[in-house]
Design a protein around this ligand. Structure first.
Ligand code: AMP
Length: 202
């Protein structure tokens, strides 16, 4: 299955992406994780992306789209994938549609995780990552940057909900509640049972 996970920062996309991808037997591809790995590895791509990320802005479409195209061309993504954090603009969505169409493919479903904004701010300000054995706050999770990221989401990414609804692909998932509850709702929208593991041939 080819699935996109949409949702604002703090909605739990990363956590759900890993779990759902496990059920689908497909790779979870997170553009944020790929960018962060490039920033830590001090690659050319990382250097280009860092200023935008630190400011809570989107990395320009041409950089992001080229990176995703390369990733989707890897063998593990041939039969399916779950994209986490991409697309984030209508232009990215159009480019994704065009690249999949070139291969005779298309998306099967788009899941939008829906959480109210007070809860997002609460989750992001208490979120920590484990780096070299220490729990640290992501630099873009600081309160001012969080506010800016939410605004960027409302302006540039939220319109994707209507875009994919128009294509008949959108399922809106209530993402308040426990991780397990949200996973169960997402799997139901994908027509999967939470008990079943990855299915052969996918
Ligand atoms: P995330 O981990 O998904 O919250 O992404 C962290 C940061 O990476 C974002 O705030 C953006 O700066 C950048 N980023 C991730 N995905 C994209 C994308 N699809 N388009 C542009 N920038 C992105």
């Amino acid at each position: 299955m080819r699935v996109v996970l949409l949702g604002p920062p703090g909605a739990g996309k990363g956590t759900q992406a890993q779990i759902i991808a496990g059920h689908l037997g497909a790779p979870a591809i997170s553009t944020g994780d790929i960018f962060r790995a490039n920033v830590s590895g001090k690659t050319e791509l990382g250097q280009k992306a860092k200023t935008f990320m630190d400011a809570g802005d989107l990395v320009p479409d041409e950089i992001t789209v080229a990176m995703v195209k390369d990733r989707l061309a890897e063998p593990d993504a041939k039969a399916g994938f779950l994209l986490d954090g991409f697309p984030r603009t209508i232009a990215q969505a159009e480019q994704l549609r065009a690249s999949l169409a070139e291969l005779g493919n298309g998306l099967d479903r788009v899941l939008e995780l829906v959480v109210d904004e007070d809860e997002l701010v609460r989750r992001l300000s208490s979120r920590r990552m484990l780096v070299d054995g220490e729990w640290v706050q992501r630099s873009d999770d600081e309160p001012e940057t969080v506010r800016h990221r939410l605004q960027v989401y409302r302006e540039q990414t939220a319109p994707l909900s209507g875009f994919y609804d128009g294509e008949g692909l959108l399922a809106r998932i209530d993402a308040m509640g426990s991780v397990e509850e949200v996973t169960a709702r997402a799997l139901e929208a994908l027509g999967r049972s939470p008990q079943a593991g990855p299915q052969a041939g996918e």
